[in-house]
Structure formats: C-alpha cells, structure tokens
Design a protein around this ligand. Structure first.
Ligand code: TXA
Ligand code: MG
Length: 346
C-alpha cells in the first residue's frame, strides 16, 4: 500500500501518559448537569458542549485539577487556558475591564468571544491555568448546557477544546469520546455544536489585538470598536519570546492525511473538501467528497469544518484537497484553521 503513512500509529498518542479512567457518557439533562458540577467540585474532568466546540472542563481554582487537565489532553503547560464564567459580573472578579473590554463584553457575551485582560489581584484562577502570565483569557459561553454547568458549579471553569493536543477540535460528543475516553471522568452529550470553530480571541491591550480569528467575525467587532482590528503577531512553535496567544502553534489542527489548499483539481488518491456550488476537475474519480456548504454559506461551512476534516481523514485518501473559501466573515477563521491543518504535524 503506497499510502501506508496515513495509517501509521499517531506518535502524539503513543507518547501520552497512560490513564485508565472509566469515562461516563450522559445525555444532556438536569441530572447530567448536576453530575458534571459535582465532578468539577471533586477535581474531575468533564467534556461538555459549548456553542463553538466541545470543551474539556476543570475547576479553574484547583491547581491539581488543572494539572490533570494538561495531562489528559497531552497539552504543554506553557499554553494557558480560557476561564469560562456565567456573566460579566463574575468575569470582573477575575480581570480588570477597561472601557473597550466593557463594550465588547456588553455587545457579545454570552457568545463566541474570548477577552484577554489583566488579572485582578484576587483572581482565583490557578497560576498553572494562566501559565504564570499576568493576564487571563475569559469567555461567557452561550450554550445552555455550558451555562447550566457553570451556574450549578458556581466557580470559573477552565476549558480548552476537548481534543488531544494538536488534534482537530471536537464538534460532537463522539469526537470527544474518540480522543479522550479513558482519560476524563464524564462527557455530557448535548448534540452537535452550532458555531463549529473556536471563539475569537481579542487581547485588550493599549489597542485591541486579534489574537485568534474565530466564531465571531472581525467585522462585528470592528463595528463596536469603530476602527480596523490589528492581527496579533503570528507565533511559531520554535519562535523566541512568549507568543501573545501561545496556543496558536502553526501545526495546531493537523489531521493525519496531508492537506492541500486552494485546490483547482483533485487527484484520484485524494479526498475533496469542497465549498460552493461549482465542482472542480477530478472530483468524480476522487476517494471521497464532502461539501462544507453547497450554497456557499460560511456559517454552515464553519459548523461542518472540523467534522468533515475528521471524516475525510478516516478515508484511505493520501491527502485532502481543499477548495478555496472566501476570506470575509467566518471565512477568516475557517482559512486560519485550514492553513494550520495544511502545515501538518511537527
Ligand atoms: O471556543 C473556545 O474558545 C473553546 C471553548 C471550549 O470555549 N476553547 C478553546 O480553548 O479554544 P483552547 O485552549 O483550545 O484555546 C485557548 C487559546 C490558546 O491559543 C491560548 O494560548 C490562548 O487561548 N490564551 C489563553 N490565555 C491566554 C492569555 N492570557 N494570553 C494570550 N493567549 C491566551
Ligand atoms: Mg484547542
């Protein structure tokens, strides 16, 4: 088989510390929400739906739970986490809001926006979760199950995407299970997420900086701040100095098959990730075709992106050819994730 490299064992997985937890999977309802809150209070780890992607939650104030989270995910501890809270009032206990941060929070919370802000002196988030920085990333999610768990628990919850470090983010409970079964305590299944890409991250420094394009389009943010948004410096895995969003390593969303962008033709041994109504040459003979949005709707494309990448990665295709996706609105986040997927593993 010429494409055996697609089926090689994933080295990132084999280098993980072995954990043998019994992972409970519960459909999202009142009882599951109560169970999830109890689990967090006991220092446990839960997979739960947010509107962007599934999160892997731990008690943000419990350093031991946060350490378990880094281990379960195989994530380097220099990469800080987002603290999730129910509302702006709870966020103010963690971070100092200036006028700009206040305006953004008022406009977009709850929703797919994360703000990086200076910590308050009494910020209860464990230093391990903020990687020793004097800033903290905060988000107020809109998903009813995430909100239910945060309300029931009553403290901030740190939650990276619920995938193994470097893998594609999960948009269903089944994705969480395939990456993290045996490594976490509980998964609350709230169905497929609606947004499909992670939150947009804004650094509220002297001037606001776009640290990660995501589920809230930059155009919406620019309307509130009244001017164009500068993109933060692009961090690299081997770069010097602390990147502004240290998690934005180039090869962050790598599937196992190689990913080829802006395809105008697809080879017979490739799978095609299509966009829009028009086809491209070679399509009929390719291994598999999935269309992010036949009607060219970027919201629909974002919601399908990670699930389709995972599905095409499970075919025997040598690589995944991706048709061009427009760069406006949610297209900026979609293209960002596709570019990282194309860089491949390191
Ligand atoms: O939509 C989301 O944001 C999802 C859901 C679960 O809420 N979470 C998520 O978390 O995407 P994660 O850990 O995969 O990405 C968090 C990003 C990383 O790139 C991290 O480096 C950055 O936020 N970050 C966290 N704290 C930071 C800080 N103080 N300064 C700069 N970047 C920070
Ligand atoms: Mg992630």
């Amino acid at each position: 088989m010429g494409f055996a490299h697609c089926k090689e064992p994933d080295q990132r997985i084999s280098s993980l510390v072995k954990l043998d937890l019994k992972t409970q999977i519960l459909p999202a309802n009142e009882a599951a929400i109560a169970e999830a809150a109890d689990c967090l209070a006991d220092g446990g780890l839960i997979g739960f739906p947010t509107e962007t992607v599934y999160g892997l939650g731990a008690d943000a104030t419990n350093a031991k739970a946060v350490a378990r989270l880094y281990q379960a995910k195989g994530r380097p501890a220099f990469n800080p986490l987002i603290a999730h809270v129910t509302d702006i009032a709870s966020a103010r206990a963690l971070a100092c809001f200036d006028r700009l941060a206040e305006a953004l929070a008022q406009a977009f919370w709850p929703g797919p926006l994360t703000l990086v802000l200076p910590k308050t002196t009494e910020c209860p988030v464990a230093d391990l979760a903020t990687a020793g920085l004097d800033t903290v990333a905060i988000r107020v999610p809109a998903h009813p199950v995430a909100r239910g768990i945060l309300h029931a628990f009553g403290r901030p919850v740190v939650a990276p995407s619920a995938n193994l470090s470097g893998h594609v983010s999960p948009t269903t409970a089944a994705h969480v299970e395939s990456d993290l079964a045996g490594r976490i305590d509980l998964i609350v299944d709230g169905g497929a997420v609606t947004v499909g890409v992670e939150s947009t991250i804004i650094g509220c420094f002297e001037a606001p900086v776009l640290l990660r394009p995501g589920g809230l389009p930059r155009e919406a943010i620019e309307r509130v701040i009244g001017h164009g948004l500068v993109r933060g410096p692009e961090p690299t895995a081997g770069g010097t100095g602390a990147p502004l969003a240290p998690g934005m390593l180039t090869s962050h969303y790598a599937p196992r098959a190689s990913v080829r962008l802006n395809a105008e033709h697809v080879e017979a041994d490739e799978a095609l990730l299509a966009f829009g109504a028009a086809g491209i040459s070679g399509m009929a003979a390719s291994r598999a075709v999935m269309n992010l949005s036949p009607s060219g709707d970027l919201t629909e494309a974002a919601a399908n992106l990670f699930g389709y990448l995972r599905a095409l990665d499970q075919t025997d295709a040598r690589g995944i050819a991706v048709m061009p996706v427009p760069h406006h609105g949610l297209g900026e986040a979609i293209n960002d994730r596709l570019r990282r997927a194309a860089v491949g593993r390191e």
